[in-house]
Design a protein around this ligand. Structure first.
Ligand code: SAH
Length: 401
């Protein structure tokens, strides 16, 4: 329940971000830890004069030593606290009016919903949860019970099989934690399109729900009708479905995973949008793009939605080179007047830096381009103003000359 089992005293001058409601306390900001708190224990965060700043969960094994749950001194961290936060996140999603056209969306976006380390995605009558930190892992059972009571799902699946958990000293987990197992390929709806999602083995929690609004923006009829489209990093065909609805000439779907492409194919069939002229190519995006450049194959639209390239600060430079190469290749194979929809989901690469990388690729490719739309993560993946790190997905829709 509320029992706080320790205190963190911050170094002089390090309380400002906490007062400004940034939820992370790095080890370097801490002067003293009192009371030997263990992983997941609730601690009081105090300024150098011992004044209350916040209440957080603690992890001695992580550089992010504590994540703040409340800034209100008389708000205990008990089941009522968790229920209140979860209800608020659910209400925020109801206000987006996604249902009934969309039945798969994010219910809880971790820090941005005041629940550090916790992701909950809703896939129709199933929920998928991810516990990204050791702290939140401690409260998992309470959270599962609250979710079950509030939403009455058929089943809750835990997909805590992500790399970041290792930084927290946690092992990956993937299992049914409540109710029934979902069918292997479970069909949900996104903006009226049917999509199969594999909740136990699919990427992330099953689908890339964060791209929903970008699929609509990029695949507008005037952008895709009668056009040749190259959908790079196609996964299970999210962009392909939206594009196919508006009669492009061809869609070439490219991914390194044959299984994902097979599901993409099935998703198009499921929506009666399967077209014999479309291509499904399994292989490495860099190699195949180079092959298209060398053989002069051109497209009217290229979609680049690569996986996360930068996982740590040390990866940033290499990641930028990867993004630059990809975008350079895309600029080389686009017809004049064509569109490039280019994305980065690396949180460590800011929108500014990403735009600079795309600019570098453009100059080296000897082309001209205009940004006609800037793109971001869907509104069910909100960005906290006090926690800019919650913005991770960025994209540019560029007209290329
Ligand atoms: N655009 C998709 C999501 C893409 S996720 C959607 O809207 O749902 C990134 C995809 O890139 C994954 O499907 C992964 O299999 C694929 N991938 C990773 N590395 C790759 C590479 N080197 N070449 C081609 N595909 C790759």
């Amino acid at each position: 329940m509320t029992t706080t089992t320790g205190e963190i005293i911050l170094k002089p001058g390090r309380e400002k971000p906490v007062r400004n409601r940034h939820p992370w306390i790095f080890s370097g900001a801490i002067q003293q830890v009192r009371g030997k708190p263990k992983t997941g224990d609730i601690v009081e965060v105090l300024d150098k004069n011992g004044r209350f700043l916040a209440r957080a969960y603690y992890n001695p094994h992580s550089q992010i030593r504590a994540r703040i749950l409340t800034w209100t001194s008389n708000e205990p961290i008990d089941p009522t606290f968790w229920e209140h936060r979860i209800k608020q996140a659910i209400t925020a999603r109801q206000l987006l009016a996604l249902e009934p056209a969309t039945t798969a969306y994010r219910l809880i976006h971790a820090e941005a919903d005041g629940l550090p380390g916790l992701i909950v995605d809703k896939y129709a009558n199933y929920l998928v949860i991810q516990c990204l930190t050791a702290g939140i892992d401690r409260y998992k059972q309470t959270i599962i019970e609250i979710l079950a009571n509030l939403l009455h799902p058929t089943g809750i699946i835990e997909r805590s099989d992500v790399d970041v958990r290792r930084k927290e000293g946690l092992e990956p987990v993937s299992s049914i934690v409540w109710g029934n197992k979902p069918p292997e390929l479970f069909v949900v709806q996104e903006n009226g399109f049917l999509m199969q999602a594999n909740l136990l083995t699919g990427h992330k929690t099953g689908l890339y729900l964060d791209q929903r609004e970008n699929r609509t923006a990029v695949c507008q009829p005037h952008h895709v009708s009668h056009k040749e489209i190259l959908n790079v990093f196609a996964y299970t065909g999210g962009f392909a479905l939206y594009a196919a609805a508006h009669h492009p000439t061809t869609i070439v779907n490219l991914d390194s995973s044959a299984t994902a492409l097979q599901e993409a194919h099935q998703n198009l069939q499921l929506n009666n949008l399967h077209r014999p002229q479309d291509e499904y190519i399994t292989g490495d995006a860099f190699e195949i793009l180079r092959y298209y450049r060398d053989t002069n194959r051109q497209f009217d639209m290229v979609i680049l939605d690569p996986p996360k390239f930068a996982h740590t600060q040390r990866d940033i430079e290499r990641a930028c080179r990867g993004y630059k190469d990809l975008n350079w290749l895309a600029f080389r194979i686009l017809r004049p007047g064509g569109l490039l929809a280019t994305f980065s989901c690396s949180g460590l690469i800011s929108a500014d830096l990403f735009q600079k990388v795309v600019f570098g690729a453009l100059v080296d490719a000897g082309r001209e381009a205009q940004i006609i739309q800037t793109l971001g993560q869907a509104s069910d993946h909100p960005i906290s103003l006090t926690f800019p790190e919650s913005a991770y997905l960025k994209g540019l829709l560029c007209r290329v000359w």
